[in-house]
Structure formats: structure tokens, C-alpha cells
Design a protein around this ligand. Structure first.
Ligand code: ADP
Ligand code: MG
Length: 311
């Protein structure tokens, strides 16, 4: 069996006793996936990326990249990863072309190969005409593309982007998305952190949500979207609750699900609008008297709402 592109297990980072940035974070990314690590500011996204890229020392946990342990096979792991950090971190006085070529050199490529690869990647990212300009003179969008060019010069199997869209205007963001899609389609596994829902929906096939240093959700995008569309109600009943019941939709998904919580409480989950009425009819047909109905807020939905309002 192919090893996953990335596996993290039990990652914990304690900056100070009062700052536990990560608490037992585990997830796995399949090769070829476009994986989102979604979460609000301060959730622990950059700390996770920092640990995977050896920039942050972890308090506990294990990182494996394409089957290679980060500590044991440090060099191989480094060679397989390309990273675009959240903050610009190149030498601003260096010329754009040199930023990319020096990175190629850092990976031990020959001078010729370094030149070829950096030429190709600068052209691909439309920075070739800026190769002689000091990187500080580039626009924000160009600086971001320069960071991506630098990350790609090594032909990484795993590309890691920390908030690639932060601060980028709409046009630059869309250009970046097209590029990333193309890279993913040609086989590069991509992990990106973001607090933009739209970015996740447009690009990713799998989402992990991190909040206050913990993974609170880890599922395929479609599963998550279905969860978001679903709603839950708590029903207090007078005369003893019924057993569980499910009514399937013609296409095989469930229109509603009734679950017994205790003798006086049922929970109804609906995945299609207008199904609450049907479910309630079913209860009354079974002789169940309803005392009251409360809308149970979905935790993930709440978190999404928070993320959206913070944008
Ligand atoms: P995100 O990238 O999701 O916004 P971070 O991983 O940067 O979150 O931060 C997670 C938590 O760790 C935050 O509470 C942040 O203040 C704290 N933190 C991050 N870096 C440091 C650091 N170098 N020293 C102390 N605390 C830090
Ligand atoms: Mg961050």
C-alpha cells in the first residue's frame, strides 16, 4: 500500500504554560489530495505547518512524509516538501531571479539544473521579466508568486501553503487558484491553510477544521457540505420516546433520521428541506405526543458562521 503523503500524529505544541498552540493534532493526507486546514486566526494552522517544515520544534508528536519519518530522514523529507510561508521571508534586496536560483542551489542542484529550473518556474509564474528586479520592488501579488516559484523550484511532491490568499486581491487570488489547481491535477499533493471558506470549496477535496489547537472536523469536502446543509432538532415527548427511524430519499441519502436520546427526548436530523413535517407526522402517527421542539445548533455550522463573519 502507498504511504500517505503526510501523516501527523499527536502533534502538540506548548509555547508557554498558558499558550498551548496545538493539542494532540492528528490527520493524514492521501497522495494527490488537495487538503485544507481551515480555522480562525490563532487556531494553530501556522504552528502545524511550522512543525511539518521543521521550523517549529514540537513538544510531542510524529510527522511522516511519504513514509519517511521527519526526524530520521530529515534530508529526504526536506527534498520532498515545498513551502510557501504566511509572511514574505525572502531577502528583499536580492533579485527575484536570484531568490529562486539560490533556493535551487540550496537543494543541491547543479548550477545548470538550478538555472534551467528557475528559468522554467519564473516563466510559468510570469516573473521572468522581473528576474533582475530587487524583490522588494515587486507588487504584493508578484511577491506571493515569487514565494511560490521558490517553493516549486525543487519539484516538491508535497506543496504546503500557509494562507496563500491572505491580503491578495480578488484577481490575484483567482490566478493563484488556477495555478494551484493545475499543479494538483498534475499530481502534486497540496495542503493549504486558510480562513476563507470559498477557497476550500473551490480547490480542496478534503477539509480538516482546527480550532483552539484541536482538530474538530476531518472529512471529505462533500461530507462536510452535506453536514452543513443538515439540521438537528431536539424533541421533548410526553409519553415515552420511540425507537430510531430513518426515511430514505429516492436517491439513497436520508431525508430524516430520528434518534432516541432518552425516554423523553428524541433527536431529528433532516438533510432535506421540508422533511421536518414528515418526521413529526411519523411521530404523531406512532402516538407520540410532542411537548416542544428546539433547534439544536450544529457545532460545525457555528464554527463556519464564526469563520464567515470574521472575514
Ligand atoms: P494560526 O496560524 O492558525 O493563526 P498560529 O499557529 O500562528 O495560529 O498560533 C497558534 C497559537 O500559538 C496562538 O495562540 C498564537 O498566539 C500562539 N503562538 C504562535 N507562535 C508563537 C510564538 N512564537 N510564541 C508564542 N506563542 C505563539
Ligand atoms: Mg497562521
Amino acid at each position: 500500500m502507498k504511504p500517505p503523503a503526510l501523516k501527523v500524529e499527536g502533534l502538540t505544541k506548548v509555547y508557554a504554560p498558558e499558550t498551548v498552540a496545538l493539542q494532540d493534532v492528528s490527520f493524514e493526507i492521501d497522495e494527490g489530495s488537495f487538503f485544507a486546514l481551515l480555522g480562525p486566526n490563532g487556531a494553530g494552522k501556522s504552528t502545524t505547518i511550522g512543525i511539518i517544515t521543521s521550523l517549529v520544534t514540537r513538544t510531542a508528536g510524529q510527522v511522516t512524509v511519504f513514509g519517511h519519518d521527519l526526524d530520521r530522514d530529515r534530508t529526504q523529507v526536506k527534498e520532498m516538501i515545498g513551502v510557501v510561508p504566511q509572511e514574505f521571508n525572502f531577502n528583499i534586496f536580492e533579485k527575484a531571479g536570484d531568490v529562486v536560483r539560490n533556493q535551487a542551489g540550496y537543494f543541491g542542484l547543479s548550477r545548470d539544473e538550478a538555472r534551467q529550473r528557475s528559468t522554467a518556474v519564473l516563466k510559468k509564474l510570469k516573473l521572468w521579466y522581473k528576474r533582475h528586479s530587487a524583490s522588494r520592488s515587486l507588487s504584493g501579488g508578484m511577491k506571493r508568486r515569487l514565494m511560490l516559484a521558490r517553493a516549486l523550484v525543487n519539484h516538491p511532491r508535497l506543496l504546503i501553503l500557509d494562507e496563500p490568499s491572505a491580503g491578495a486581491d480578488v484577481e490575484i487570488r483567482y490566478q493563484m487558484w488556477d495555478l494551484l489547481k493545475e499543479l494538483n491535477e498534475s499530481g502534486t499533493t497540496i495542503i493549504l491553510t486558510t480562513h476563507y471558506l470559498e477557497e476550500v470549496e473551490k480547490l480542496c477535496d478534503h477539509v480538516a477544521i482546527i480550532d483552539k489547537g484541536r482538530i474538530v472536523e476531518d472529512s471529505p469536502l462533500n461530507t462536510l457540505l452535506a453536514k452543513l446543509r443538515s439540521q438537528s432538532f431536539l424533541i421533548a415527548v410526553e409519553n415515552g420516546a420511540t425507537p430510531q427511524a430513518t426515511r430514505p430519499l429516492p436517491n439513497g441519502t436520508d431525508a430524516y433520521k430520528i434518534t432516541k436520546i432518552d425516554n423523553h427526548t428524541l433527536e431529528i436530523n433532516i438533510t432535506a428541506v421540508d422533511m421536518l413535517g414528515d418526521a413529526l407526522n411519523k411521530l404523531s402517527a406512532a402516538g407520540i405526543k410532542i411537548k416542544n421542539i428546539t433547534n439544536k445548533t450544529n457545532r460545525i455550522e457555528q464554527l463556519f458562521l464564526n469563520l464567515t463573519t470574521r472575514q
